[in-house]
Design a protein around this ligand. Structure first.
Ligand SMILES: Nc1ncnc2c1ncn2[C@@H]1O[C@H](COP(=O)(O)OP(=O)(O)OP(=O)(O)O)[C@@H](O)[C@H]1O
Ligand SMILES: [Mg+2]
Length: 276
């Protein structure tokens, strides 16, 4: 099993601008690592740098260790082999992960057939089973439809299916629930938690919303101006933040969040979101 990803002294410069400034953290297998921070703090660029999707003109420094290799040393071709297969990414807007003109079937199965040489029939069977486990209603007819025929929440589930179809070891989820209403959000977060617990997936969950994080993440990292200003278990970060910036973020949360934080013993379940 993979041990996840270890980011060490990562930097990203675009032109003269230092976007990521010497950050180090782990994304361990079987855990959700939450990455929070205000808009523009560098969360998306961190996720993109891990997947090799940072701006082309940007320069990365440091190391990103995955299965004994530094991802920064890989050629574009080698990185393409990992991306979508071992390391998958989902975005805030599910339409960004899906092609508007292609049926769901080919969006899910082309991927699998390209990376793993699986037959059309076997790929279809896997797609149906995955959509079913992600609670997309009527999976076989869903495969015949186009993205515009689904609601936002269903589309995000399909985008997650397209990320999960090759059994990735690492999932970078960038604001996967921000565009969704609260109940749908809860379902998706529970689902991510389940994938993590069941398959030992290493998840980096990016969100500007510490409330979302306090519900599902095992550990929390807070970024500001391209640096990590705080990290620790979600319990420690939420209950005794060390940095004034994190304190301000927590104080700005609805008052229900801090007093209802679970004890560390309960960290593996999204208890705040049990409502259907
Ligand atoms: N393609 C790009 N080229 C150059 N700079 C960029 C590019 N995309 C983002 N940036 C800059 O990188 C910095 C970090 O942006 P990033 O998108 O990572 O922030 P974020 O924390 O994800 O914010 P948000 O919560 O709004 O999504 C910002 O200053 C932004 O202007
Ligand atoms: Mg972002």
């Amino acid at each position: 099993m993979s041990n996840g990803i270890a980011v060490r002294n990562l930097t990203l410069e675009v032109g003269e601008t230092q976007i990521i400034r010497d950050i180090s953290f782990d994304i361990p297998a079987g855990q959700i690592t939450g990455l929070a921070g205000e808009s523009g703090s560098g969360k998306t660029m961190t996720g993109m740098s891990i997947c090799g999707l940072h701006p082309k003109q940007g320069r990365r420094g440091g190391s990103i260790a995955f299965e004994g290799r530094n991802l920064l040393d890989l050629s574009e071709r080698e990185m393409n082999g990992h991306r979508g297969k071992d390391i998958a990414m989902i975005f805030q807007d599910p339409t960004a992960s899906l092609h508007p003109m292609l049926r769901i079937e080919s969006q899910l199965t082309d991927h699998l057939r390209f990376h793993e040489g699986v037959s059309r029939r076997a790929a279809r069977t896997r797609a149906i089973s995955l959509l079913g486990s992600l609670q997309v209603p009527d999976p076989s007819s869903a495969l015949r439809k186009y993205p515009h025929q689904f609601s936002g929440g269903q589309l995000q589930r399909i985008a997650i299916a397209s990320a999960m179809i090759c059994n990735p070891k690492v999932l970078i989820a960038d604001e996967p629930t921000t565009a969704l209403d609260v109940t749908v959000q809860a379902g998706i977060l529970r689902l991510l938690r389940g994938l993590c617990d069941e398959f030992g997936l290493a998840i980096l969950l990016v969100s500007h919303d510490l409330g979302v994080m306090s519900a599902v993440a095992d550990t929390l990292i807070v970024m500001r101006h391209g640096k990590i200003v705080e990290s620790g278990t979600r319990f420690d970060v939420i209950t005794s933040p060390q940095e004034p910036y994190t304190r301000a973020l927590i104080e700005s949360l609805p008052s229900v969040v801090s007093p209802t934080v679970d004890s560390p013993a309960q960290t593996s379940t999204a208890t705040r979101f049990e409502a259907k």
